[in-house]
Write a protein that binds this ligand. Structure first.
Ligand code: UT7
Length: 328
């Protein structure tokens, strides 16, 4: 038996990582608040006032999580000008795959043409995109991956009881993607993440596979506990809140988004901070909501290349994650 063991070789990673491109997709079918009010005891006025949603998109039965992820992922590659052959890893944050096996990521990689990709799904519910972005950045810095496609993709309409007004008015479908690659200048700050598993009963999937949430409890948690997480991400990146140009919280409820922005302004965020309100026309799309908002805001010109963005996701688990990123 040898007394000395051979030294292992470790790869050298990139100095830093950044987002190279983004893309998104939503189903064609628009569902208005009046459409929902025709089915259940709710109203356009109540939904706009209490949640901020004007309309959302529902996928039809022939469009699944994988289909939406493929479209969003391919758009992110095109946006970055990177060929599928130059991508080696696909991560799909999602909590609405019809079954845990097979995962979405391997199918998405195959359909986009990324051969033999490292491919895995990641379930941190509505915090999934920020978790995925953090993992992607660190894989690249560690030398375990070169270019990583992160795609938040959800078909929440599959797991919503369409007669339950506490969930049916909020959730919707869509996918948003970011291609992450090596960079000399850091374009993605350190992720801060955490969980509160003792509060698991606040949001869960029932035995019948429909979502249950204690809306008011989640609302209180999100409006009090999430701004400090966002602030920590800014500090970890070595920045001040006044350096942040754009805030993209998970689009859970516009009143939650505004409450987080208000707390951050009280701590030094600028009055002219641009705050995502994509929920108005997209609804709550869980892990897709942050990249969907980013892509829509870029297209609208409210976020520009080089802007410093603060992203923070939170939801079932309970779980949360945040980081600073530079807009490509
Ligand atoms: O994405 C991940 C995590 N999820 C979230 O972050 C969701 C967090 N929670 C929420 O966004 C909100 O709690 C909800 C949108 C789910 C509910 O809004 P709320 O302002 O907390 O409503 P509430 O449950 O306190 O109900 C207020 C009133 C009640 O009537 P009374 O008792 O005051 O007469 C409800 O019966 O509004 C009534 N109500 C509705 N009315 C019309 C509750 N839901 C509806 C509805 N339409 N859909």
């Amino acid at each position: 038996m040898s007394t000395s063991r051979p030294a292992l070789t470790l790869p050298r990673g990139a100095e830093a990582a950044r987002v190279l491109g983004v893309g998104s997709t939503q189903p064609d079918r628009v569902v208005t608040n009046d459409d929902l009010a025709a089915r259940m005891d709710t109203s356009d006025e109540w939904i706009r006032d209490r949640v901020g949603i004007v309309e959302r998109r529902f996928a039809d039965s022939d469009e699944g999580v994988v289909d939406m992820a493929v479209t969003a992922g391919a758009k992110a590659l095109a946006d970055a000008g990177v060929a599928p052959a130059d991508v080696d890893t696909v991560i799909v944050p999602s909590c609405t795959m019809p079954s845990p096996i097979p995962n979405a990521a391997a199918q998405v990689a195959d359909r986009i043409g990324i051969a033999a990709a490292g491919a895995f799904d990641l379930n941190a519910a509505c915090a999934g995109f920020c978790y995925g972005l953090g993992v992607a950045s660190d894989l690249i810095r560690a030398g375990s991956a070169t270019r990583v496609l992160v795609i938040g993709a959800e078909k929440l309409t599959d797991v919503v009881d369409h007669d339950d007004r506490s969930t049916a008015i909020i959730f919707a479908d869509g996918a948003g993607a970011a291609l992450v690659g090596p960079s000399r200048e850091p374009g993605i700050g350190p992720v801060t993440w955490g969980s509160a598993g003792d509060l698991v009963d606040m949001i869960y999937m029932r035995d019948d596979r429909y979502l249950f949430q204690e809306g008011q409890s989640v609302f209180r948690w999100a409006t009090t506990q999430i701004a400090p997480v966002a602030l920590r991400a800014v500090e970890l990146a070595g920045l001040a809140l006044s350096d942040i140009d754009v805030l993209i919280p998970h689009q859970a409820n516009l009143r939650i988004v505004e409450a987080i922005a208000k707390r951050l302004r009280a701590k030094g965020a600028r009055d002219d901070l641009v705050v995502a309100d994509d929920i108005r026309y997209s609804g709550n799309t869980s892990s897709a909501s942050i990249p969907l908002a980013l892509d829509h805001m870029r297209a609208a010109g409210t976020v520009r290349s080089g802007d410093v963005i603060l992203a923070v996701g939170f939801g079932a688990g309970l779980s949360y994650a945040a980081q600073v990123l530079v807009c490509p």
